[in-house]
Design a protein around this ligand. Structure first.
Ligand code: SAM
Ligand code: DTB
Ligand code: SF4
Length: 344
C-alpha cells in the first residue's frame, strides 16, 4: 500500500526570508492568498469554539513578563488552590450547554506536581465523559506525565512557544525555548494533539513574529491548533505599558500563520476584548477559524457570549447550526444554545 502523499502546500522547511516576503506582500494580496489556502482545507464559514477554565490560579513560580498569574509580579490577583473536580465538571457542563465543543483547563504551574496528577487525570476522564473534547495547559510535561494524560483521554495539550527564539530571553528567564520544544515533543509522542502558538504585541519586531511562525511551521507535523494571542496588558506585569501592535500587522500574522500551516486550526485567542467586530471579521477572512468563547479567558475578560452569537449571525458563521435551529427550534435549542439566539 502506498502512503497518501502530503498536500503540496504542507511544508516544514520555511526560511525566515520566505516568511518575511509573505509579511511584505500588499495586504490584499496576502489576505487573498491566505483565504485561498483556507478554502482549500476548511469550510470558510465554520469556526471552532472552545471554553477556557483556570483550574489553578496565580502564584506561578515562572517569570513570564506578560502573565498576570506570575508570582513575580503584583497584579492583585486572588490566588486559588486547585479547583475541586466537581466544580470543574459543573463548569464544563455549562460550557457544553452554551455550545462549546472543547473544554480547556489551565493551571498556573511550571509543571504539574505528582500530588496533583490524580486530580487532573480525574478531571480529564469526567469532562471526556460529558462528550466534550478535552484540552489542558499545565506547563512543562515529561514523557511519563504526557503518557498518563493521554491514557486518561486528553485530546489536546496547549503549550506555547510564545515568541521567536531570539526574543524569548526578554520575556521569560525561568525556562528555555528548548524546554518548550521538548514538552511539545513529549505531547506528540504520547499521541495527543498539539496546540501551540504565541503572543504578539510584546514589543517584538516583525522578524520575531516571523521567527515564531517559522518555529511552529517547521514542526513536523504542524501543531493541530495554533493560538495567536494579542497581548492583554495587565497592570502590575512588566508589559503593562507596552504599545499597541498595529492592527493590520496583527492580521498579517494570522494570514501568514494560515499560509504556513494550511491544515491547522488558527485560533484568534487572547485580545478579542479590545477588537471591534470588523477587526475580528478580517481575522476570520485572514484564516482564523477558532476562538475562545465565554466571558473570561483564564483571568482576564473575553467578549460576552451574546456578542459572539451576534457576530457569528451577522457573518453567517456556523450557519448550518442556524439553519438547524430555524427548522427545528426546540431540538436545536437543546443542542446548540450558542446559535439559538441568533435565529430566535
Ligand atoms: N502555566 C502554563 C504555561 O505557561 O505553559 C499554562 C497557562 S499559561 C497562562 C498559557 C498561555 O497563556 C501562555 O503560554 C501565554 O501564551 C498565554 N498568556 C498568558 N498571559 C497572557 C496575556 N496577558 N496576554 C496574552 N496571552 C497570555
Ligand atoms: C492560549 O494560547 N491562550 C489562552 C490559552 N492558550 C490557555 C490563555 C490566554 C490567557 C490570557 C490571560 C489571562 O486570561 O490570564
Ligand atoms: Fe506561569 Fe504559565 Fe503564567 Fe508563565 S504563562 S507565569 S508559566 S501561568
Amino acid at each position: 500500500m502506498t502512503a497518501t502523499p502530503a498536500p503540496a502546500d504542507l511544508r516544514h522547511d520555511w526560511t525566515r526570508a520566505e516568511i518575511l516576503e509573505l509579511f511584505a506582500l500588499p495586504f490584499n494580496d496576502l489576505l487573498f492568498r491566505a483565504q485561498q489556502v483556507h478554502r482549500a482545507h476548511f469550510d470558510p464559514n465554520q469556526v471552532q469554539v472552545s471554553t477556557l477554565l483556570s483550574i489553578k490560579t496565580g502564584a506561578c513560580p515562572e517569570d513570564c513578563k506578560y502573565c498576570p498569574q506570575s508570582g513575580h509580579y503584583d497584579t492583585g490577583l486572588d490566588k486559588e488552590k486547585l479547583l475541586e473536580v466537581e466544580k470543574v465538571i459543573e463548569e464544563a457542563r455549562a460550557a457544553k450547554a452554551n455550545g462549546s465543543s472543547r473544554f480547556c483547563m489551565g493551571a498556573a504551574w511550571r509543571s504539574p506536581a505528582e500530588k496533583d496528577m490524580p486530580y487532573v487525570l480525574h478531571m480529564v476522564r469526567e469532562v471526556k465523559a460529558l462528550g466534550m473534547e478535552t484540552c489542558m495547559t499545565l506547563g512543562m510535561l515529561d514523557e511519563d506525565k504526557a503518557k498518563r494524560l493521554a491514557d486518561a483521554g486528553l485530546d489536546y495539550y496547549n503549550h506555547n512557544l510564545d515568541t521567536s527564539p531570539e526574543y524569548y530571553g526578554e520575556i521569560i528567564t525561568t525556562r528555555t525555548y528548548a524546554d518548550r520544544l521538548e514538552t511539545l515533543d513529549n505531547v506528540r509522542r504520547a499521541g495527543m494533539k498539539v496546540c501551540s502558538g504565541g503572543i504578539v504585541g510584546m514589543g517584538e519586531t516583525q522578524n520575531d513574529r516571523a521567527g515564531l511562525l517559522q518555529q511552529l511551521a517547521n514542526l513536523n507535523p504542524h501543531p493541530d491548533s495554533v493560538p495567536i494571542n494579542n497581548l492583554v496588558k495587565v497592570e502590575g506585569t512588566p508589559l503593562e505599558n507596552e504599545g499597541d501592535l498595529e492592527p493590520f500587522e496583527f492580521l498579517r500574522t494570522i494570514a501568514v500563520a494560515r499560509i504556513l500551516m494550511p491544515q491547522s486550526y488558527v485560533r484568534l485567542s487572547a485580545g478579542r476584548e479590545t477588537m471591534n467586530e470588523q477587526m475580528q471579521a478580517l481575522a476570520f477572512l485572514a484564516g482564523a477559524n477558532s476562538i475562545f468563547y465565554g466571558e473570561k479567558l483564564l483571568t482576564t475578560p473575553n467578549p460576552a457570549a451574546h456578542q459572539d452569537q451576534q457576530l457569528f449571525a451577522k457573518l453567517g458563521i456556523n450557519a448550518h447550526l442556524r439553519t438547524a435551529c430555524e427548522e427545528q427550534v426546540p431540538a436545536a435549542r437543546q443542542e446548540h444554545p450558542l446559535f439559538y439566539n441568533a435565529c430566535a
